[in-house]
Design a protein around this ligand. Structure first.
Ligand code: SUG
Length: 416
């Protein structure tokens, strides 16, 4: 059996819009009320998947969940005319950010030798808290092979869990046993800390991880206050490498020591504040990158184009490529529509280490399938949504039908 890393990207849903719903997410707040372009957004996402696939990497996807969510509006007795934020929550396409769909512990790390996935409860934000039952339905289908996978529901809601965005894995190769690092925040700052330590510890237990191969690290409260609402806004890991901002963790040196104690081969690529400030790192999403091992065994960093447009960030990237470090290539991709809501290349994907033959093939991408997905998006996704369109019945019908058209083309009618 050959275990590889498969990136499952969330296809941007047809109701993608900018409602400013996420307190502590600077991009979401600053683009509140802007017109959105769902068709362009979804096509940008597919182009990113194609670009990674063309480099010889395994690629999967998840479908948008059903929106608008009438049940949520009913449960909250929301008045669509006056409760605009609740209405927008029921329309949110936020399930596109699949780094928040679940936490994944690959088979070599777990006691029963299966890959464990726990859907994230996302309780901190109402528009995200509604996602997980529909996300779990998809995990149950994609990873139905119980010889190889165990899919768990969400951790009970008092403990906030935001999934893989606050989880890193260090290993010699994706198919070998790894050390799993859970990054949590502490409350008390001006923005909510969305990942709670208790949720992370519960996931480590339910996944059957070896306590010696787990590390729990506190995120730097200054990073959360500066807009790093998930750890993946300030660091990313792949195999032996941790690519991180100097101010990512509450105790930076202590964090490296703790990881190194469990995983001595750790290689840290640290970006100092003097080269790229925390604010600039968060604005450009340098760390919300996909750090990928290419078939050549070299590592490439897939960053948003905002990084190339930033003088200090790009200078740093060029220096890094010229040095003899582990990251040899930096690949800018245009995901501006998602970025304007605080979702970069890394937010848009969930990494699952598995043998692709054990995954439901309907969730795996090929060039031909990407053609079919693009055709449905081009034909049915709304071109533009203005804030005043949210709640419009004709648009609601278009959003529902667009998703259903995609399910039909992908033979995933059981999600109807
Ligand atoms: O949860 N934005 C998302 C972005 C998630 C990014 N994911 C990772 N970092 N892994 C969030 O804050 C904005 C929606 C709006 O305002 O309309 C939003 O939900």
């Amino acid at each position: 059996m050959s275990l590889v890393e498969i990136n499952f990207d969330g296809i941007v849903g047809p109701s993608h819009n900018y409602a400013g719903l996420s307190l502590g997410n600077i991009a979401s707040a600053s683009h509140k009320g802007d017109p959105s372009y769902p068709r362009a957004a979804a096509l940008q996402g597919v182009a990113k998947m194609r670009s990674n696939m063309a480099r010889g990497l395994a690629q999967g996807f998840f479908l948008p969940v059903p929106r608008p969510n009438a049940q949520l509006l009913g449960d909250l007795a929301a008045n669509p005319d006056t409760d605009r934020a609740l209405l927008a929550a029921a329309w949110s396409a936020s399930s596109m950010w699949t780094a928040n769909a679940a936490t994944v512990s690959p088979a070599p790390d777990t006691a029963d030798g299966r890959c464990h996935l726990s859907a994230a409860n996302l309780v901190t934000m109402v528009h995200r808290a509604q996602e997980w039952p529909d996300t779990k339905r998809q995990l149950d289908i994609a990873f139905a092979n119980t010889d190889h996978f165990a899919v768990h529901g969400a951790v009970p809601p008092s403990f906030g869990d935001e999934g893989a965005a606050n989880h890193m894995r260090f290993c010699e190769g994706h198919g070998s046993a790894g050390v799993e690092v859970f990054v949590y925040g502490k409350q008390g700052g001006k923005f909510p800390a969305r990942q709670h330590e208790q949720a992370s510890r519960a996931i480590a237990r339910r996944h059957g991880l070896d306590p010696e191969a787990c590390v729990f690290i506190e995120q730097n409260p200054e990073a959360i206050a500066a807009g790093a609402f998930h750890n993946d806004v300030v660091s990313v890991a792949n195999e032996r490498v941790l690519f991180t901002h100097e101010r990512a963790f509450a105790d930076q040196a202590g964090a490296y020591d703790a990881i190194r104690a469990a995983f001595p081969a750790l290689e840290v690529v640290e970006v100092p504040e003097s080269a790229v400030s925390l604010a600039e790192a968060i604005r450009t999403y340098l760390f919300n990158a996909q750090l990928l091992t290419l078939p050549s065994c070299e590592m490439a960093l897939v960053v948003p184009t905002e990084c190339r447009d930033s003088e200090p960030v790009w200078r740093w990237c060029e220096q890094m490529m010229a040095s003899n470090g582990p990251i040899r290539e930096v690949i800018p991709v245009d995901v501006r529509q998602s970025m304007a809501n605080g979702g970069g290349p890394a937010c848009l994907r969930l990494r699952v280490v598995a043998d692709p033959a054990t995954v439901d093939p309907r969730y795996l991408l090929s060039e031909a399938k990407a053609d079919r997905i693009e055709a449905v998006i081009a034909e049915t996704w709304p071109e533009q949504i203005d804030p005043s369109d949210i709640g419009n019945e004709t648009l609601a019908k278009q959003v529902i039908e667009a998703r259903e058209a995609l399910l039909g083309v992908l033979a995933l009618d059981e999600l109807l």
